[in-house]
Structures are given as structure tokens and as C-alpha cells.
Write a protein that binds this ligand. Structure first.
Ligand code: ADP
Length: 171
């Protein structure tokens, strides 16, 4: 049985991520989506919120599950018996960073291979940062995130906006 992981921040999961999840779940017998819980990246959504959104999104993909992890991705993969690590590539800028990570991971753990899936062209511009940026200006993000999580993303951003406005008024 081939086990693969798809690690990332998913802050929040986008249609671009979902595309990679669907395609990678067809390549392996079991796919585990790893949500990086490390707070160094200062995510907008807590690890629990990101896991919950991913669980909603993968509803009909029978061989995919979600877990949080911290520390080295290769150690996470090894602990699950995974031999494949999926990453998505959008543009040349992703490639430069991703190849360095993949080669480091290969040096650390030669029995785990990184498989790159190129983004579907329609999602090549999409990132979690873009979603947060557009949503923070009250733009429509319906084309960027899976429909099922749309209310969760918009209500979170609305609540953060009202906290920020409250803080500004206090100053
Ligand atoms: P982001 O770069 O959006 O913050 P993550 O760290 O959560 O995303 O990314 C997890 C993986 O998904 C990375 O390999 C990243 O390159 C890939 N990815 C992100 N957005 C897309 C997209 N629109 N199309 C294909 N792959 C993507």
C-alpha cells in the first residue's frame, strides 16, 4: 500500500490546494494531508480551524484524511509510513524554493520522494495569502475557496476586522 502526505499551512485551504488533493489522492492508496501547526508563520486560522475546513472539503474523497504536525516534514512522513510527499508548483518562483526543500528532505530521508504536481492553469495565481488579502478588503472570494468553507472564512475575517476596528477606536 502506498501512503502519501500533502503537507502545507492551508491558511485557509483554497481551490488550488483542493485540486492537488484530488489529483494526489488518485496516485496513492492513502493520502494524509498534514497541517503545519507551527506558529512561526503566524497563521490567521488556528490549526484546529484549518483541519476542520480541510475535513469539510475532502468529504467525498474516501482515501484522504487530515492531521496536524509539527517539526520536520520527513519525520511526519516516516511516522506514518509514507513514502511520497506531494507538493504543488504554481510558477518558477515556487520551483526555486520547493527544489531546495525537496533536496534537503531527500538528503535527510532518501526513502521518501517528493512528487511535484503542476497547478491547473486556472488556479496558478491562487494562494492562501491572496484569499486573505482580497477578503480583508471585503472582496468576493467565492472563486478562490471551496464553497463549503466560504462562510467560515468570511465570518472569521469579519470578526478579525471588528476586533481590529475596536482596537483602533480605543487608541
Ligand atoms: P500557500 O503557498 O498558499 O501558503 P501552503 O503552504 O499551504 O500554501 O501550500 C501547500 C502546498 O500547496 C505547496 O506545495 C504549494 O506550492 C501548493 N499550492 C498552494 N497553492 C496552490 C495552487 N493554487 N495550485 C497548486 N499548488 C498550490
Amino acid at each position: 500500500m502506498t501512503i502519501g502526505i500533502y503537507p502545507g499551512s492551508f491558511d485557509p485551504v483554497t481551490l488550488g490546494h483542493l485540486d492537488i488533493i484530488k489529483r494526489s489522492s488518485k496516485i496513492v492508496d492513502k493520502l494524509i494531508i498534514g497541517v503545519l501547526s507551527n506558529s512561526a508563520k503566524r497563521p490567521m486560522f488556528s490549526a484546529e480551524e484549518r483541519v476542520h475546513m480541510l475535513e469539510l472539503v475532502i468529504g467525498d474523497i474516501g482515501n484522504a484524511t487530515v492531521q496536524t504536525f509539527d517539526g520536520l516534514t520527513v519525520e511526519f512522513a516516516r511516522s506514518l509510513g509514507a513514502t511520497v510527499m506531494f507538493r504543488g508548483l504554481r510558477a518558477v518562483t515556487d520551483f526555486e524554493y520547493e527544489i531546495q526543500i525537496a533536496q534537503t528532505n531527500h538528503a535527510l530521508s532518501p526513502d521518501i520522494d517528493t512528487v511535484f504536481l503542476t497547478t491547473s492553469v486556472k488556479y496558478s495565481y491562487l494562494s492562501s495569502s491572496i484569499v486573505k488579502e482580497v477578503a480583508s478588503y471585503e472582496g468576493n472570494i467565492a472563486k478562490f475557496v471551496p464553497e463549503i468553507i466560504l462562510p467560515l472564512v468570511t465570518s472569521k475575517i469579519k470578526s478579525l476586522r471588528s476586533v481590529n476596528n475596536g482596537n483602533r477606536q480605543k487608541q
